[in-house]
Design a protein around this ligand. Structure first.
Ligand SMILES: Nc1nc2c(ncn2[C@@H]2O[C@H](COP(=O)(O)OP(=O)(O)OP(=O)(O)O)[C@@H](O)[C@H]2O)c(=O)[nH]1
Ligand SMILES: [Mg+2]
Length: 349
């Protein structure tokens, strides 16, 4: 019987497939969303590794300069000036940081983002939840305290897969079950990538709903019962931050739902947009880039403290940085790492 990932492993061993390509095959097999499928397909393309290879090439060039400085240390020849070295390194560090940000954002998108509806009881959270899903999912009633448990459903929004959550209405002075629901709602809101504060525009804002952190979109609900002037007035009186995006909606009538969707999309784009077209790294690949960046930080520190006086230390750190990148693209990956990568594949493949 074939071992896990044996065929991809043979392809890599025989130079038919790059290691990054094999990782992309693995990502494709385990993909759970369209985003992951698309990212894995992009990763399969050869060009995806070029960014890392270009970085590695620049690092190798600097390493060569540093090695030359060791050979000529007794003679008074300057191979590369301190300033030139510093500039090169800081350029590379910036490029790596940018890649890291994009790759982390891509990982977050792949895992799915969370958007949570919170607000006072009866504000219309469950009605809005149903309207966003275009499905009669959560129970809606005129009774305050209808929703207790957190209800989640998946929702597709452009490139994002979202776990949309409906929660218990936030209020004080109630029974134990509802209290537990409220505490869960608060915890979830604190961990969410975007929070929608649903407020009932016909009632004063509950103070308990004000103490939420940033990343908030205010859905000013029941606007079917309000004139536009009343909506504006509400925002002022309720003391909603002028920085918050306020979208008037009528969850019951389906008004303003598209505008709300667009606001959510914009909030997610601001945080994760850089990951949409990015290289989606495996955990190993991300670790290698972090390691490479870490060694570069050591080089920066050396340059800032002893300058070029100890080129052998600079060479060592540059060497470590290059090796991490080579591991990332699979030029020099040790057998233990290979075994680990392929063990996560299904039999054969
Ligand atoms: N007029 C009007 N009524 C609405 C609107 N949205 C919700 N309602 C009504 O408001 C009441 C409460 O709605 P729910 O969606 O159950 O409110 P909730 O925020 O989930 O309430 P809890 O789960 O108790 O915290 C229901 O009677 C809804 O029909 C709206 O846009 N306009
Ligand atoms: Mg509810």
């Amino acid at each position: 019987m074939a071992l896990p990932g044996e065929f991809s492993f043979r392809a890599v061993r025989n130079g038919k497939l790059s290691l990054a390509g094999a990782e992309a095959v693995g990502q494709l097999i385990s993909a759970q969303s369209l985003f992951e499928v698309q990212a894995a397909r992009r990763n399969l393309g050869k060009s995806r590794c070029q960014e890392f290879e270009a970085l590695a090439a620049k690092l190798r060039h600097l390493l060569a300069q540093s090695e030359l400085s060791i050979d000529f240390i007794d003679q008074d020849v300057e191979i590369i000036s301190l300033q030139a070295m510093k500039d090169e390194i800081s350029g590379l560090a910036t490029a790596m940081e940018r890649l890291l940000t994009q790759m982390r954002a891509a990982q977050r998108i792949a895992r799915g983002l969370s958007v949570t509806l919170v607000g006072a009881p009866n504000a219309g959270k469950s009605t809005l939840f149903n309207a966003l899903l275009a499905e009669d999912r959560a129970i809606v009633s005129p009774e305050a305290g209808t929703t207790r448990d957190i209800i989640t459903e998946e929702l597709r929004l452009g490139p994002y897969f979202i776990r949309l959550a409906d929660t218990a209405g936030l209020r004080t002075g109630i029974g134990d079950i509802e209290k537990e629901g409220i505490s869960r709602a608060r915890d979830l809101a604190a961990d969410s990538d975007a929070v929608i504060l649903v407020v009932d525009g016909t009632r004063p804002l509950e103070p308990v709903a004000r103490s939420l952190r940033q990343n908030i979109i205010v859905a000013l609900n029941k606007c079917d019962l309000l004139s536009p002037a009343m909506s504006d007035e509400y925002v002022k009186i309720a003391g909603i931050s002028s920085e918050a995006t306020v979208i008037p909606v009528s969850a019951a009538r389906g008004v303003g739902i598209d505008a709300l969707m667009n606001a959510i999309r914009a909030m997610l784009d601001a945080q994760f947009g850089s990951g949409i077209e990015s290289f989606l790294p495996t955990e190993f690949q991300l670790q290698m880039l972090v390691a490479s960046r870490g060694s570069l930080a050591q080089v920066e520190q050396l340059l800032n403290t002893v300058g070029l006086a100890q080129p052998e230390l600079i060479s060592a750190a540059l060497g470590t940085s290059v090796r991490a990148l080579s591991d990332l693209v699979g030029e020099t990956t040790p057998d233990t790492v290979l075994a680990k990568i392929f063990s996560e594949f299904c039999i054969g493949k």
